[in-house]
Design a binder for this molecule. Sequence first.
Ligand code: PLP
Length: 366
Amino acid sequence: MSDAPLRPVPQPGILDIAPYLPGKSGAPGSNSIKLSANESPLGASPKAMEAFRAASEHLDIYPEGSSRVLRTALGEVHGLDPALIVCGNGSDDLLHLLAQCYLGEGDEAVMNRYGFSVYPIITKAAGAAIVMVDEDDYTADVDALLAAVTPRTKIIWLANPNNPTGTYLPDAEVRRLHAGLRPDIMLVIDNAYAEYVTAEDFTVGADLVREASNVVMVRTFSKMGLAAARIGWMFGPDHVIDAINRIRGPFNVNLPAQLAGAAAARDSEFNDKLKAHNAQWRDWITAELDESNHFRVIPSQANFVMVLFPDAEHAALAFETLRERGLIVREIGASYGIHDALRISIGSEQAMRGVAGILKALVKVA
Ligand SMILES: *Cc1c(COP(=O)(O)O)cnc(C)c1O
């Protein structure tokens, strides 16, 4: 008999999980600029803030459980049937629910090696195995993803555009991926950065959701100015929506979040401004750093860029130098295994000029 103390034991898989590493913040009270979590550099929609404040009058009452006001707004803005939308406490909430609903022991979920680091966590938490597929130069490789499918495969996790690489699959490639899957495999299209995409051959997952019965589209307000409010949503076929609604928390989106989200969805003026700012400074920093042969900026469709350095030491030196100057970017060695790169969120003009200036000065010294 083992002499290990008798105590509660987590389900298989849980203790194999490496905890999620969030982007770093500056020391409390410091005026560092955080470029490590893909947050909005223009704050939140003023209309969303007003709605959030108004909700403070009603904190004593349970929120309407299905997030109806938010689903209605999303349906209007995106041209979707609100009955096929479920909202969540951030899109992480919905990703967890999808894993819990559709994965179990013996199942496999397929993802890109440099895909979003939450996918392995939720897959293992559901007792399933994660199958990592190599990208082609940091971009998802549809043939390789399809080749990784086995009889045990239940879910494909695809962030489009992807975090932390910023790369995307055009509509035709997403369709080719879907067309190669058995109908009992769910394709989860995580469009967390869709609002920032400017490429003309990109489409959100919604059309494919309507045409198929094994595709869901997951979205978030976090990258559009409401990260603290924790609002995500998904659009899927009725049978998936029904299953998720059975297991989600009955009040999983709080009232201030529902109202702020509805206002933010309709605030196209703010959303357009954020998108334009992002596109301008994403292009600018990409060109600025690419000019030097020292860096390689992976072309991004998101609100960050991944910058490759000659090696891990150069990346670490750049991270430290930026941090000393009050600019906190994201190291992606530990969470993603990309040791020679940093992920830099698109911030204010001042922050972008700061980052570019410091990195270029570093090359001259090196
Ligand atoms: C940020 C992010 C999310 C999660 O966002 P929430 O804040 O939980 O809504 C989901 N997927 C990807 C790819 C992300 O980068």
